[in-house]
Design a protein around this ligand. Sequence first.
Ligand code: ATP
Ligand code: MG
Length: 265
Amino acid sequence: MSHPRITLEHVSKQFAAPGAGRTAVLDNVSLTVNEGEFVCLLGPSGCGKSTILNLVAGFEQPDHGRVLLDHRPISEPGPERGMVFQQPMLFPWLTVRDNVTFGPRMTGADKASYQADAERYLQLVGLQDFAEHYPWQLSGGMRQRAALARAWLPKPQTLLMDEPFGALDAQTRLAMQELLTDIWQRTRTTILFVTHDVDEALFLADRVLVMSARPGQIRESLTVPFARPRNPEELLTDSAYGQLKRDILHAVREEAAKSLGLQPA
Ligand SMILES: Nc1ncnc2c1ncn2[C@@H]1O[C@H](COP(=O)(O)OP(=O)(O)OP(=O)(O)O)[C@@H](O)[C@H]1O
Ligand SMILES: [Mg+2]
C-alpha cells in the first residue's frame, strides 16, 4: 500500500498584485506524492509551480484547502523537508564543507553525528578534494553539487527541488540527473521536482504532473513506465518514450500558449 507523504486538497492561493487587486495563482489544486515517489511538476511559466513548493516547504499558507505532510497540516518549515533552488544558495563566506554541514551545525548537533555522513556526501558528489574551497572558486555545476550534498545531509524525508539544474549546460545536467537518481535510489527520499524540461522529467520521474496556465490546476498525471536504473541513451530507443514525450509536450505547449495569449501552432 502506498502511503501519501505530500497531499494538497483543493488548494487555492491568491497574491496581491500591485495596483490590480489580487491574482489567483492556484485554483482548486489537489495532488498526492507518495512516500518514496519521485514526481516531476511541469507547466508554463507563472502557473504556480514554485508556489506549490513554497506551500509544501511551509513558507506560504493556502487561502483555501489543505496542504498535508503525512496527513498533518503543514504550518511552518521543518528539517524533514529539504529544498534545492534553481540557483545554488551557498554562503559565500563559508567553505564547501561548512556549507554542506550548515544545517546540523545550526541545530547544535554533535559533530560526530554528521561528520562521517558529510564526508560521504562530499565524496558522492565528487567534491572531496574541494571541501576547503569557497563557492566562488567552484564552477556552476560544482556549486549545485555542493547544494545537493547540503540538502541531503540532514536526511530529509522529502526533498523539494525547483528547477535545480536549469542553469547548467547539457552535459553537466545529465551527470547531475544521474547523480540525483543514484542518491534517490539509495535513500528513497520523496521528491517533488519542478522542471521545464520534458526529457529531464522522463528520465527522473515515476510520475509527471502537467499544470494548466494560471490559475494553475493539475491538468494531467502521467505514469512514467521505464524500468530503473534508466539510461538516457537507451530511453531514446524505446518507442513508448517518443509517445509519452509527445503527449507531455502537447499539453505543455497548449498551456504555455494559453498563458501567453497565443494560439498553439
Ligand atoms: N510572494 C508573492 N507575492 C506576490 N505574487 C507572487 C508571490 N509568489 C508568486 N507570486 C505570483 O504567483 C504567480 C506564480 O508564481 P510561481 O513562482 O509559482 O510560478 P512558476 O510556475 O514557478 O513560474 P516559473 O516557471 O517562471 O518559475 C506569478 O504571477 C507570481 O508573480
Ligand atoms: Mg518557479
